[in-house]
Design a protein around this ligand. Structure first.
Ligand code: DAK
Length: 257
């Protein structure tokens, strides 16, 4: 049997995915994308999913981009199919109903940066390097980078990164809002565990509702988005979580979600 390219570890609904092609710095080829797609389609169907963390195998790279050797020979039609496959997979990731976090532990370039952008937020080790260097290879980002990057960091910074192809360190990534936190690489693992504990301890329905309100609301005008928030807020009162959460506060104990 061929080796898995995506390792999946599930701990009480907190699922950790590790992209594992360390010899090619975890570059995304068709096989990785197909396996990722299949894993995500299984996760989509799960009711007891609480969060998804994604990282890269080894200590050097999160993902160093789409696989350049594989892309080199593609015709325009094959390039379009490849981009469509990747876009479909990243959309699956983006629309998972639970929080998704990229744990960026090294190079995060091209398609790797686009993968991180399809997650809800990213945390980086202090040795991480980010960039959209596609123009140095004669192409543009093809996995959503020209659209998700400006939405995260603003159009001017996205244009800077996508037209110069320059690489930035973790400190600059933090400053421009590409990542939420930076920490020493040795602490990333402990952070992942703490995050899993935090997300795992919160009410799963309210966490999902918070994500839905923010994601869906961002595509709407403010009044419609506020109406969506009100509907989801009221929905929270229809389940057991709100009773348990508020009772636990009043009774001075930890909630049991
Ligand atoms: N693809 C394939 N192999 C890669 C790779 C990549 N993106 N990045 C690294 N590798 C491989 C190297 O070839 C090398 O393999 P061997 O020679 O050992 O067999 C191994 O990983 C270790 O890399 P290095 O020896 O180069 O390691 P260094 O520490 O010296 O340098 C580096 C690390 C990350 C700075 C360097 O590897 C590098 O510059 N890598 C390429 C980074 C990059 O340009 N990434 C963006 C890729 S382009 C589209 C669809 C998608 C896209 C565009 C269009 N359409 C369908 C239209 C997206 C494109 C991209 O993501």
């Amino acid at each position: 049997m061929s080796e898995k390219l995506i390792e999946v570890v599930d701990s009480a609904g907190i699922v950790r995915l590790t992209i594992s092609r360390p010899k090619a710095l975890n570059a995304l080829n068709s096989d990785v994308l197909a396996e990722l797609d299949s894993v995500l389609s299984d996760l989509e169907a799960r009711d007891n999913l609480r969060a998804v963390l994604i990282t890269g195998a080894g200590e050097k790279a999160f993902v160093a981009g789409a696989d350049i050797a594989e892309m080199r020979e593609k015709s325009p039609e094959q390039a379009r199919d490849f981009a469509r496959q990747a876009l479909r997979t990243l959309k699956r990731l983006e629309t998972l109903p639970v929080p998704t976090v990229a744990l960026v532990n090294g190079f995060c370039l091209g398609g790797g940066c686009e993968l991180a952008l399809a997650c809800d937020w990213a945390v980086a080790s202090d040795n991480a390097i980010f960039g959209q260097p596609e123009v140095l290879l004669g192409v543009i980002p093809g996995f959503g980078g020209t659209q998700r990057l400006p939405r995260r960091v603003g159009p001017a910074m996205a244009l800077d990164l996508c037209t110069t192809g320059r690489k930035i360190d973790a400190g600059e990534a933090l400053r421009i809002g590409l990542v939420n936190r930076v920490m020493p690489q040795a602490e990333l693992e402990a952070y992942a565990e703490e995050l899993a504990r935090q997300l795992g301890g919160n009410g799963p329905q309210s966490v999902r509702a918070a994500k839905q309100a923010i994601h869906d609301g961002m595509d709407q005008d403010l009044d419609s988005a506020l109406a969506l928030e009100t509907a989801l807020f009221a929905f929270c009162f229809a389940g057991e979580e709100q009773t348990e959460g508020m009772s636990a506060f009043v009774e001075k104990r930890k909630p049991n979600f």
